[in-house]
Write a protein that binds this ligand. Structure first.
Ligand SMILES: C[S@@+](CC[C@H](N)C(=O)[O-])C[C@H]1O[C@@H](n2cnc3c(N)ncnc32)[C@H](O)[C@@H]1O
Length: 217
C-alpha cells in the first residue's frame, strides 16, 4: 500500500518534469489546449454562488499549477481574493510571475497547515490522474483531499474526477463512479451536494456546500 506522501511525491516528480519541458502552457498541466481547460475552469467556478457581492470572494485553488484558473477567472470578471497551492516549486514560480497579486504557496495540500479558512476551495486536475498508484490507494488519497478541502471551506468546494461511464480508460487516469462520489459526499460531508455529469468531457464536477450555506443562484 502506497502512503499518501508517496502519491504526492509521484505527482510532484511528474509535474516538475512537465513544467520544465513545456513552461507555463496548458500541456505542462496535461491540458491539450486552453479552450479545453476553459470548460473545466468554468464548471469549477460555478461553485461560487455569490460572485456579485460587494467584497471579493476568498478562494483557495488546490493544485493550482501555474495559475491557469486564476488567469481565466480574472479574464471573465470574477472578483477573487485568490490563494493557490502547488507541490511543484516551478509551477508556483510561473504562477507568481503571471499573477503577482495572487497569494501562491508551495506545499503538499494534504499536509500544509493553513492558518485561515476560505469561502470556497477548488481543485482542478489532481483527482483525474493516478499515475502508477493503485485505484484503492488513489481512492483513499482522494477521500483525504476532499475532506481537507471541505474542512478549509466556509461555503463550499468543487473538484473534478474522470467518470467511469466511458468505453475506454487510460490506465494512468483516475476514473470514479459519480454515484460513489455522491454517496461519499452525502455521508461524510453535507446534504448539499450537486454533480454535473452532463458536459462534453470524460469527467464530472462535484460541488459540496456546507449545510448552512445560503444557496443563492
Ligand atoms: C493536472 S495539473 C492542474 C493544474 C491546474 N489546476 C490547472 O488546471 O491549470 C495538477 C496540479 O496539481 C499539483 N498537485 C498534485 N498533487 C498535489 C498536492 N498533493 N498538493 C499540491 N499540489 C498538488 C501538481 O503539481 C499539478 O500542478
Amino acid at each position: 500500500m502506497a502512503l499518501d506522501r508517496d502519491i504526492s511525491a509521484a505527482f510532484r516528480d511528474y509535474y516538475s518534469a512537465k513544467i520544465s519541458e513545456h513552461g507555463p502552457t496548458p500541456p505542462a498541466v496535461d491540458w491539450p489546449r486552453a479552450d479545453i481547460a476553459a470548460i473545466t475552469y468554468l464548471k469549477t467556478l460555478a461553485v461560487i454562488r455569490d460572485r456579485h457581492r460587494d467584497t471579493p470572494v476568498n478562494l483557495l485553488d488546490v493544485g493550482c499549477g501555474y495559475g491557469g484558473l486564476h488567469t481565466f477567472a480574472k479574464k471573465h470578471g470574477y472578483h477573487l481574493n485568490y490563494t493557490g497551492i502547488d507541490i511543484v516549486p516551478g509551477m508556483i514560480h510561473h504562477a507568481r510571475e503571471l499573477n503577482p497579486e495572487g497569494d501562491y504557496v508551495v506545499g503538499d495540500a494534504l499536509e500544509y497547515k493553513f492558518d485561515r479558512k476560505f469561502d470556497y476551495v477548488v481543485c482542478v486536475g489532481i483527482l483525474t490522474q493516478k499515475l502508477k498508484s493503485s485505484s484503492l490507494d488513489m481512492d483513499r488519497y482522494a477521500a483525504q483531499l476532499i475532506r481537507k478541502m471541505f474542512d478549509l471551506a466556509d461555503v463550499g468546494i468543487a473538484f473534478d474526477i474522470m467518470t467511469n461511464r466511458v468505453n475506454f480508460m487510460v490506465p494512468e487516469s483516475y476514473h470514479r463512479s459519480p454515484i460513489e462520489i455522491l454517496a461519499f459526499c452525502l455521508s461524510e460531508l453535507s446534504n448539499k451536494v450537486m454533480i454535473d455529469h452532463a458536459y462534453e468531457r470524460y469527467e464530472f464536477t462535484t460541488y459540496v456546500f456546507r449545510n448552512d450555506a445560503i444557496m443563492k443562484t
